[in-house]
Design a protein around this ligand. Structure first.
Ligand code: GLU
Length: 463
């Protein structure tokens, strides 16, 4: 027998940007499909009409594209599938597995208040389940599911193991609202069936919904998918990760100069492991990913580790690649790359110290913008001024403007004037770049170009 093809999905609600938790769920679903040569479906669950926005849809698609999580089918939008949910609900009505409920909001509120007053958990009491009463005039009914009254639902979660819930815990949930929009639990089941999803991989905030969904799957006569609920992500304080913990939006990481391969690598390790491996490519992750190694306990988000990984990937990028990423950030700071040295050479110089592309761009600015040293920072002593003047003359006669001859000229001047490197390097930095700190002086001067170095020196010390 041929095994069924694996089909997974990511089903975000477009009520905000793509956050790291959603991206991690998407990554696991995507990787599982890729690992098993299956299909990955993208479905937008936009039934919350008040909170869903087109901007969020775009932000989710942008985030997925930036991370390189490509989907094979979709995006499907639930709001474009309303007739299908209606049809599925009608099927359940016909088969006696659902019923119309005419309770008004007020009635439901009273019901809940009375239950609370009796110390019970509020739940729908099933009053229209077998009612023969004539429908009241003027009330548009909702369609409710006839949840089995007895027995229990057991499923084997691929992460959490066996989970059992008694049907007596579950009330008759609404499938279709009076306006024909499905509830989350119903839309999900109809879609997972129609889209032939074999593995539902999602956040464990949905684990309580799964028994309800399984009952609906069965009532609709569909094959059950497997379920894998991945643990949530916590901030350093043990609270659920949120904006309070800093950036949580994928695109904010993009804007802050993180690389997609770094964020992907980081997210992959969040609640999943492969021995001690920390640094691996997306391809390797696909090769290794399995649900058996998804952790059962919550994962903790560690921004420091993400920065560390990002730095690794910044250094891995070719100079040309990195330059391409830095260019718009330098221009956004109001400088023109054409006015300074070749950006690739600058990228090569700054990447060892830059944890993000943003930091690399910031470090590159000294080559593209002239800055005067801070007031009082540059006090040239009587012995240093003539040494710098001599250095300027030596620089102007170098046949080759590169690190080695530049350092050779500096060494010669240090010797003649009996000075130590910092005594020359520090004023040089301040004179040429207006700052006391730069990468090593030799390569930095080489990248800056002879013209700029000489002009700055001559302005200051004559020569
Ligand atoms: N739309 C749901 C959410 O964003 C996803 C539900 C699911 O994956 O089943 O939480």
């Amino acid at each position: 027998m041929r095994a069924t093809m694996v089909r997974t999905r990511f089903a975000p609600s477009p009520t905000g940007y793509l956050h790291v938790g959603g991206a991690r769920t998407a990554l696991f679903s995507w990787a599982y499909a890729r690992r098993h040569a299956g299909k990955f479906v993208l479905r937008i669950e936009d039934t919350d009409l008040e909170r869903s926005t087109a901007d969020s849809v775009r932000a989710i698609l942008d985030g997925m594209a930036w991370l390189g999580l490509d989907w094979d089918e979709g995006p499907f939008f639930q709001m474009r599938r309303l007739p299908r949910y209606r049809e599925a609900a009608e099927q359940l009505l016909r088969e006696g597995r659902a019923y119309r409920c005419y309770c008004t909001k007020e009635e439901l509120e009273q019901m809940r208040a009375a239950q609370r007053a009796r110390g019970e958990k509020p739940r729908y009491d099933g009053r229209w389940r077998d009612s023969k009463a004539a429908p009241p005039a003027g009330v548009a009914p909702v369609i409710r599911f006839k949840n089995p009254l007895e027995g229990e639902v057991t499923f084997h979660d691929l992460v959490k193991g066996a989970i059992t819930i008694a049907n007596s815990e579950l009330d008759d949930l609404v499938l279709l609202r009076e306006d024909g929009v499905p509830t989350y639990n119903f839309g999900v089941v109809v879609d997972d069936l129609d889209m032939r999803i074999t593995h539902v991989i999602r956040g464990d905030d949905h684990v309580n919904n799964t028994p309800r969904q399984i009952n609906i799957f069965r009532a609709l006569g569909g094959a059950l998918p497997q379920f894998a609920h991945v643990p949530m992500i916590l901030g350093a304080d043990g609270e659920r990760l949120s904006k309070r913990h800093g950036a949580v939006s994928v695109m904010q990481y993009a804007e802050e100069g993180y690389l997609p391969e770094a964020l992907l690598n980081y997210l992959a390790r969040l609640g999943w492991s492969h021995g001690d491996e920390e640094i691996f490519s997306k391809e390797r992750f696909v090769e290794w990913f399995d649900l058996a190694h998804v952790s059962r306990s919550a994962a903790q988000f560690d921004p420091e580790k993400l920065r560390w990984l990002n730095h690794h990937y910044v250094k891995e990028r070719s100079d040309a690649d990195l330059a391409g990423l830095m260019k718009p950030l330098i221009e956004a700071r109001g400088a023109r790359v054409e006015d300074g040295p070749r950006l690739e050479a600058v990228a090569a110089l700054v990447k060892a110290r830059s944890e993000t592309v943003e930091a690399a761009a910031a470090a590159a600015m000294m080559f593209y913008r002239e800055t005067a040293p801070p007031e009082g920072a540059l006090e040239l002593s009587a012995e240093v001024t003539p040494a710098l003047a001599e250095l300027a003359r030596a620089f102007s006669s170098l046949s080759d403007w590169s690190e080695e001859p530049i350092m050779g000229a500096i060494d010669a001047v240090l010797k003649t004037h009996k000075l130590k490197l910092p005594q020359i390097a520090m004023p040089l930095r301040l004179i040429v770049f207006g700052r006391a700190q730069t990468p090593n002086i030799g390569p930095t001067l080489a990248v800056a170009g002879r013209k700029r170095v000489l002009e700055a020196l001559r302005k200051r010390v004559g020569a």
